[in-house]
Each structure stands twice: as structure tokens, then as C-alpha cells.
Ligand binder design. Structure first.
Ligand code: NAD
Length: 499
């Protein structure tokens, strides 16, 4: 059994707590590694090392820091297959999907090659007589990232790129379920030239998270995970005077208008609802067809597409559509929610419970489920299922569909399928959700925009990556400078003896 480690001051460091978390291969149900759960003393040592390294890193000119990002991007590309393999093994997603996970993180690193431009301040010449005004962006110091299991490469990269290229040092606390991908990324960025101590990977659970939140050296916390934990972390970090941006869970709706291309909408729903076993914060989990005829025609198209999906291990070949869910507990919870949907009166049109895959009977697999006639009072609507379950809520009108989304407590992503530009425009303008797709199912913005939800999908200010991230990871200093009349007005240049 492999024993994982922490990554501190540029090397692997064995855990000393004697406490470990189990890392599974979700496809087989086997424990593949033990991850050490750090003590407060181990965390303190990592933070002290980061603080020491940060001063010199911040004094390194931004272009040199950007060159580390260039080399890092190069190494990620060279190691794409290895990263995808490690990621798929501990997470369960298919290899092409794992490559996508790495790729969407890599794209943020690519933007960070231009960090010097994003770090530039403003300048006003002659703001008053002989007065110039300018601002600069300075790093915060030591910052922390606490990341979820579902994007083991992408989200750590979203955090590392902007924070490090802005001159901070970072404590990364990856999910204890998928820690190995982060450890591999740490080795690659060190090989790219990041000085020792600037990125410390400290593995652990709630104890380490609380240690980070209470540590006076840590200036900012970037979190991604479920809503209750996001809210908790935001509150505790803010109470301790830290900056915090905490991204939480989701319930993403897709509106399907009567004029939509229903084949395209059905294809999009299947990809967005079931890809990565529905374990994406931008997964579409609610389909909202407008009008009974649209709903009937949509369900008719969805059923054969969903029944055709192949569920299997990441080693199962190119035709596997999605893999297992992350833990046995997640598997039971999802099946339990499907049971509750049936009990509460929704119509289960495709039943994904009781899926067993030959040779992988102990894997955490859940087949795809489709519900029709779901209503907002049901648990399957109210809860973030985070599994391969798509619920259909039928709406009579566009306004009813729009209000369903507006009234939902989450606001991460949403999508509308329609042939009418006016409807699409109205939806994008009025909906209270952070990321909107028009005939586009998973509207994760590109890396030079920025990512963030509204309502209970995000706590704090400023989004992830793009210019917002550089604002989050820097403080602004503004200088008002006056120079009195000097040498140009005839001051003596002679070397005189003092009187
Ligand atoms: P999670 O909240 O269980 O864990 C996230 C992180 O918090 C992990 O590092 C974990 O160790 C830590 N943690 C867990 N419980 C804690 C506690 N009680 N106190 C302190 N720290 C704790 O989330 P997860 O299951 O790893 O990830 C899935 C969730 O993340 C879903 O809700 C999904 O929607 C969300 N997510 C959101 C986004 C986004 O950008 N909004 C992106 C990806 C995932």
C-alpha cells in the first residue's frame, strides 16, 4: 500500500501524525493509498517555510515569475498522460475527461504567463501641481487554497497560477480523496523553477483546514467545495481578518424552449447531466422544458440516449461514457435520493439504481437516472445530488421557468436552448446566476474571463481566475508623490563646503 506524503520546502515529507485518510480507486473499491493527515505542528512548519520563501519570490521580477509558469505549462503538457492516469485512478473519471480536467487548469496557467500585465498599476501624471498619483499591486504574503475532490487538477491549478505568479506563497490543502494529483503538480512546478517553499502541499482534513483558518500568517483563503463548508470557511476566515473567496455547490437548470433544436438539446443534456457521473459543479441537474409538447418530445429523445450510456472503469476503453462516483457513501446517498424521488411521486423514466459491472462489483458505480414530473418540493430537486441523475421539471411558460431558476437557492450556472435571440437575451439579462450558456450546456468561461456563481454558490468577493484572481491575490497600494522644484530650476551643482 502506497503511503503518500506532504510536499514541503521542495521535497516529499512523511506524515508524522499517525493519522491517515484512505484514497480509493473508485472503480474497484480498493484502497490504493494512505494519505497522511497533518498535525498543527506540521502545518505550522509548512507555513513558516512558505513565509520565509515568499519574501524572495515576491522580490523576483514578475517576468521571471511568469517564466516559471511558461515552463510549468510545458511540463504539464509533457506529463499529460501521467497526470490523467493518476487523476483517473484516484477520482474515477474517464481518461479523456481527466485530460480535460488538466487542460482547463493548464489554460489558467497559460494566462498567468501574462501576469506582469495583470499586475500593472495605474498612473496619473500631474494629478496636481508637481503631483503624480500611482498605484501598485503587491502580493498578500502566504495564502491558502482548500480544494474539492471533483477536479483534482483544474481547481488547484486555478488557485496556484494567479496566487503564485502574483508573488505569493501558497499552502495547498487538496481533497483527502484525490491528493496525489496535487502532489504531482507540486513536483512539476518545482521542476519548472519555483523556489522551494513557495508552494507547500499539506494534506489533511478538518483539523488542518481549521489550523489554516486560524493561523495569523495566512492572509487569504481560496476555497472550493460544498455550500455548507464554503459558508463555514468564509465565516471563520473573515472573523480572523482574512480575505476569503469560497465557492460552493450548485443546482444548474437548462431551459428548453419550444423552438429549440430538441436533438441538440437532448445531446447537450446527456453530456452536461451525466458526464463525470454528474460530479461537476457545472453539471446540468435540472431540465426545464417549456410546454407539455416540448417536454414529451424531449423525454422521448432523452430516454434512448441515456439508456445507451456506457458506465465503466477508466481503463475500460474509449467507449466508456462515465465512471464511478467518488465513495461508497456517495453511491448510497445518490441511490437513496433516487428512492426518495420515487417515493415522493416523481416518475423515474430511466432507473440507474442497482447497476453492477462484471469484474467491478465492488466499484462505486451508479447508473444514469432520468426523472420526469419533478416538483420543487421534492428532495431530488432541493438537494445537490452530485451524481448521474437528471430531473425534469415541466414549466407551462417561459416566465414560470425563469422564476424557478430565480427562486432556486443556488446560482452557479444555467443554460437556455432556443432559436429566438430575444428570449435568450432576456434570459441572460434577468436570471440571477453567475454563468449563463445560450445553446451551450456547460458555460465554464475561458481562462481570460473569470469563474464564479451567485447566491449560495459563492461567498465572498471576486471570482476565480482571470483579472479578478489577480485582484484577490494582491493588495493595492496608492502613492501620491510631490517633488519640489529641484535641479532643473537652477539649483547649484557646485560642490560647496558646508558653512
Ligand atoms: P467538500 O466541501 O466535502 O470538501 C471540500 C474541501 O473542504 C476538502 O478539501 C475537504 O477536506 C474540506 N472539508 C470537508 N469538510 C470540512 C469541514 N467540516 N471543515 C473544514 N474543511 C472541510 O466538497 P467535495 O465533496 O470535495 O466537493 C464537491 C462539492 O464541491 C460539490 O458541492 C460541488 O458543487 C462543489 N464544487 C464547487 C465548485 C465551484 O466552483 N462552485 C467547483 C467544484 C466543486
Amino acid at each position: 500500500m502506497k503511503e503518500l506524503y506532504h510536499w514541503v520546502n521542495g521535497k516529499q515529507v512523511k506524515g508524522t501524525s499517525g493519522r491517515f485518510g484512505d484514497v480509493y480507486n473508485p472503480a474497484t473499491g480498493e484502497i490504493i493509498a494512505k494519505v497522511p493527515l497533518a498535525t498543527q505542528a506540521e502545518l505550522d512548519a509548512a507555513i513558516a517555510g512558505a513565509e520565509k520563501a515568499q519574501a524572495e519570490w515576491a522580490a523576483t521580477n514578475p517576468q521571471r515569475r511568469a517564466r516559471v509558469m511558461m515552463k510549468f505549462a510545458d511540463l504539464i503538457n509533457q506529463n499529460m498522460d501521467k497526470l490523467a492516469e493518476v487523476l483517473s485512478r484516484e477520482h474515477g473519471k474517464t481518461l479523456p475527461d481527466a485530460r480535460g480536467d488538466v487542460q482547463r487548469g493548464l489554460e489558467v496557467i497559460e494566462v498567468c504567463m501574462g501576469a506582469p500585465t495583470l499586475l500593472k498599476g495605474d498612473y496619473t501624471d500631474s494629478a496636481g501641481p508637481g503631483i503624480d498619483l500611482y498605484s501598485m499591486r503587491q502580493p498578500l504574503g502566504v495564502v491558502a487554497a482548500i480544494t474539492p475532490f471533483n477536479f483534482p487538477a483544474m481547481i488547484p491549478l486555478w488557485k496556484m497560477g494567479p496566487a503564485l505568479s502574483a508573488g505569493n506563497a501558497m499552502i495547498l490543502k487538496p481533497s483527502e480523496r484525490t491528493p496525489e494529483t496535487s502532489l504531482l503538480l507540486a513536483e512539476l512546478i518545482q521542476e519548472a523553477g519555483l523556489p522551494d517553499g513557495v508552494l507547500q502541499v499539506v494534506n489533511g482534513d478538518k483539523d488542518v483546514v481549521d489550523g489554516i483558518l486560524d493561523h495569523p500568517t495566512v492572509q487569504a483563503v481560496g476555497f472550493v467545495g460544498s455550500t455548507p463548508i464554503a459558508q463555514y470557511i468564509y465565516g471563520r476566515a473573515a472573523a480572523n481578518g482574512k480575505r476569503a473567496q469560497c465557492f460552493g455547490g450548485a443546482k444548474n437548470h437548462m431551459l428548453i424552449m419550444p423552438d429549440a433544436d430538441l436533438d441538440k438539446a437532448a445531446d447537450a443534456l446527456v453530456g452536461a447531466g451525466f458526464g463525470a457521473a454528474g460530479e461537476r459543479c457545472m453539471a446540468i441537474s435540472v431540465a426545464v422544458p417549456v410546454g407539455e409538447a416540448t417536454a414529451d418530445a424531449l423525454i422521448e429523445r432523452l430516454i434512448p440516449r441515456i439508456e445507451k450510456l456506457k458506465v465503466g472503469p477508466y481503463t475500460g476503453g474509449d467507449d466508456v461514457d462515465f465512471g464511478p462516483v467518488i465513495t461508497k457513501a456517495a453511491q448510497s446517498r445518490i441511490n437513496g435520493l433516487v428512492n426518495s424521488g420515487v417515493e415522493q411521486g416523481a416518475k423515474l423514466v430511466v432507473d440507474g439504481r442497482n447497476l453492477s459491472i462484471q469484474g467491478y462489483e465492488d466499484g462505486f458505480f451508479v447508473g444514469p437516472s432520468l426523472f420526469d414530473n419533478v416538483t420543487p418540493d421534492m428532495d431530488i430537486y432541493k438537494e445537490e445530488i452530485f451524481g448521474p441523475v437528471l430531473s425534469t421539471v415541466r414549466a407551462k411558460t417561459y416566465e414560470e421557468a425563469l422564476n424557478l431558476v430565480i427562486d432556486n437557492e443556488y446560482g452557479n450556472g444555467t443554460s437556455i436552448f432556443t432559436a429566438d435571440g430575444d428570449t435568450a437575451r432576456d434570459y441572460a439579462s434577468r436570471v440571477n446566476v453567475g454563468m449563463v450558456g445560450i445553446n451551450f450546456p456547460i458555460p465554464v468561461p475561458l481562462s481570460y474571463y473569470t469563474f464564479g456563481g451567485w447566491k449560495k454558490s459563492a461567498f465572498g468577493d471576486l471570482n476565480q481566475y482571470g483579472p479578478d484572481a489577480f485582484r484577490f491575490y494582491t493588495k493595492t497600494k496608492t502613492v501620491t508623490a510631490r517633488w519640489f522644484s529641484g535641479i532643473k530650476d537652477g539649483a547649484s551643482l557646485n560642490f560647496k563646503a558646508l558653512d
